[in-house]
Write a protein that binds this ligand. Structure first.
Ligand SMILES: N[C@@H](CCC(=O)N[C@@H](CS)C(=O)NCC(=O)O)C(=O)O
Length: 211
């Protein structure tokens, strides 16, 4: 398998965690978002959505991190990232979607760039935007975690898709200087997960395209 990735992309980071968690080998194909490589003709020919990650398997190309992870889950169910019971699966997906659909798209590179130009916002305003949406979604996640977490995972007692989405989002939040002190459960979960092999190997600093 080939993974089109960028070391600091949190969506690609999710897929890297899932691949390592399932013990699947892959070749990293870096796409340099800083240079706009995701919008070049060669890449758009592969992935017309023009974003990372994308996974090539059996000469088919899949875009969208959650679709990719669900594909890996179906083709390589062990170890699982989704629980067995339908209600628990839905709860895990609900948290993953809060991060991947309600938070991440608001703070994506192209959105931040659009705020800068043409809308003309300065870095102070862009950072305020970024931190506002992190705080709002993390508040809800922290409340859920207060009820459902064992202090090491968002839900239940093993790694799930929700954890796979949380760790890259925590990485991004730190990168943008978000105040994480109101979220002690989320940060404790992150500290535990970052120590696990699959999460550690997927970390941005260890990627071949990291500076
Ligand atoms: N919903 C997509 C989001 C993918 C996405 O936004 N990727 C970002 C990096 S984290 C990207 O490629 N950004 C490039 C850009 O904004 O031009 C997924 O989950 O895969």
């Amino acid at each position: 398998m080939k993974l089109y990735t960028y070391y600091r992309s949190s969506a690609a980071y999710r897929v890297r965690i899932a691949l390592h968690f399932k013990g699947l080998a892959y070749e990293a194909m870096p796409v340099d978002l800083r240079l706009g490589a995701q919008r070049r003709t060669e890449y758009l020919a592969l992935n017309p959505q023009g974003l990372v990650p994308a996974l090539e398997d059996d000469s088919a190309l899949l875009a969208q991190s959650l679709a990719i992870i669900e594909y890996l889950e179906e083709t390589h169910p062990d170890p699982p990232l989704l629980p067995g019971a339908p209600l628990e699966r839905a709860q895990v997906r609900s948290l993953a979607l809060a991060i991947a659909c309600d938070l991440h798209p608001l703070n994506n590179l192209r959105v931040l760039n659009y705020l800068r130009s043409p809308l003309g916002h300065d870095e102070v305003a862009v950072n305020a935007w970024y931190r506002h949406w992190v705080a709002q979604v993390f508040q809800g996640l922290e409340s859920v975690a207060r009820r459902s977490s064992d202090g090491r995972h968002l839900l239940g007692e093993s790694v799930t898709l929700a954890d796979v989405c949380l760790v890259p989002q925590l990485f991004n939040a730190r990168r943008f200087g978000c105040d994480l002190s109101p979220f002690p459960i989320l940060t404790a979960i992150g500290a535990h997960l970052e120590g696990l092999d699959a999460f550690a190997r997927a970390a941005p600093a260890l990627q071949p395209d990291a500076p």
